[in-house]
Design a protein around this ligand. Structure first.
Ligand code: ADP
Length: 409
């Protein structure tokens, strides 16, 4: 495992994904995607809770409990884990630290090297992602303090979608209000969609800039993207990740007047409605679990709520295939990725049921025998639209982006 010692080690990037109470990391070779080591610090900055660090090097897993009062402490614990259990960061010859940043707002249409201005700009759009950008910034500051000699690169979840044309990005909302408060569609999961779209194009034998794709990233959060010529031209998430597909705990598309109705008739506060729509709805709200495995299992055992949840979920996917087929004109492939997309044959079958008139013909046997972690074609040979399962790899994409930015300097 690893490429230490080869000239290509100069491509190693430390990828950081800092969440509100966690810090995920991975050292990735941007050229090959090989992960030298990865880890997760949890319960960061939570009063009364002891932190937990898990550090993995190949098959070796090292775990320890320790106080993690903030992201700086998590970064220090990560560094100590590298020193204690390897690989040695000095000999990995890191070329950059790549940071996942959820919201880049209108400003960022590509990954950038982080300086004081970039930090200020990320701060400035934090109101658009109040749960994500502040911890992302905490991760950036901690990495700057710990790895001050390395270039730091921000890779935005929204950047891939900045190519959306105005007619897809604009809400038909009062123009002055929308402009004053930067209300428009930004999308999310862009790093995953970008990686999966490029991988799918290669699988189809097409240049990335000539592939027309409908990509479904179906994890706990879920989004669809229409990719024309390798660029995002529409995506299902909007100002926030609440819009679009049915998700683990989010409603996805819903009449906005439901908010007024609940405020007026149920006397719920805006924060309560926010919690219901973001954390207590979707599969969880309909079927009692946000894990698709539980929902499919219950539906197969005759649970009506689970059956309906699955039907609502898959019907939404079919509607988006219809919409994005109209947006794209020609579709080369429908592509599934992330936890549900890569693993759930019933969901893929449900999403594609009855779409033969759109040229989508599923190979039922291939759909049921997808190998975990492998790129698979699950459409019949003469299907006009190919259907692919492509495992996502956001860490590799962040590493590639960071390497590209650093090499371009
Ligand atoms: P995220 O990164 O958004 O947390 P993932 O992409 O890891 O999510 O996907 C997590 C979800 O994938 C789980 O909530 C679960 O519903 C689903 N999942 C994982 N494995 C399977 C499986 N074998 N069958 C169906 N769903 C699965």
């Amino acid at each position: 495992m690893g490429t230490a010692g080869e000239p290509r080690t100069a491509q190693h990037v430390l990828v950081i994904n800092a969440g509100s109470s966690s810090l995920k990391y991975q050292v990735v070779d941007a050229a090959s995607g090989t992960a030298l080591a990865s880890g997760l610090a949890e319960r960061v900055g939570q009063t009364g809770a002891v932190g937990h660090l898990r550090h993995e090097v190949g098959e070796d897993v090292h775990e320890r409990e320790l106080p993690l009062p903030d992201h700086g402490a998590a970064m220090a614990a990560m560094r100590e884990a590298f020193e204690a259990f390897g690989p040695e960061l000095a000999s990995a010859n890191l070329m950059a630290v790549g940071h996942r940043v959820v919201q880049g707002g209108p400003e960022f249409s590509a990954s950038v090297r982080i300086d004081a201005e970039v930090v200020a700009a990320i701060e400035d759009v934090s109101d658009l992602a109040p749960l994500h950008n502040p911890p992302n910034l905490a991760g950036i500051r901690a990495a700057q303090a710990t790895f001050g000699d390395l270039p730091q690169v921000a890779v935005f979840d929204t950047a891939f979608h900045r190519s959306m044309p105005a007619h897809a990005a604009t809400y038909a909302l009062d123009r002055e209000i929308a402009q004053a408060h930067r209300v428009r569609r930004y999308g999310a999961h862009g790093t995953s969609h970008q990686y999966v779209a490029r991988t799918a194009a290669r699988e189809l034998g097409l240049a990335p800039e000539s592939a027309n794709l409908i990509v479904f990233h179906l994890g706990n959060g879920a989004s669809a993207t229409a990719v024309a010529g390798g660029r995002s031209v529409d995506t299902s998430m909007g100002l926030t990740p609440l819009e679009g597909l049915v998700m683990g705990t989010r409603t996805g598309d819903i009449d906005p007047a439901v908010v007024f109705h609940l405020a007026r008739t149920a006397g719920m506060s805006i924060d309560e409605i926010d919690t219901v729509m973001n954390r207590r709805s979707g599969l969880l709200g309909l079927a009692g679990s946000n894990d698709m495995r539980d929902v499919v299992d219950a539906a197969e055992h005759g649970d009506d709520d689970a059956r309906l949840a699955l039907d609502v979920y898959c019907y939404r996917l079919r509607k988006y295939i219809g919409a994005y087929t109209a947006a794209l004109g020609r579709v080369d492939a429908v592509v599934f990725t992330a936890g549900v997309g890569e693993n759930s044959a019933p969901v893929r079958a449900g999403a594609l049921r009855g779409l033969e008139n759109l040229g989508i013909m599923l190979d039922e046997a291939a759909n049921k025998s997808v190998r975990p972690g492998a790129v698979s074609c699950i459409s019949v040979q003469d299907s006009p639209v190919t259907v692919l399962v492509v495992p996502t790899n956001e860490e590799w994409e962040i590493a590639r982006e960071a390497a590209r930015v650093v090499q371009a300097i």
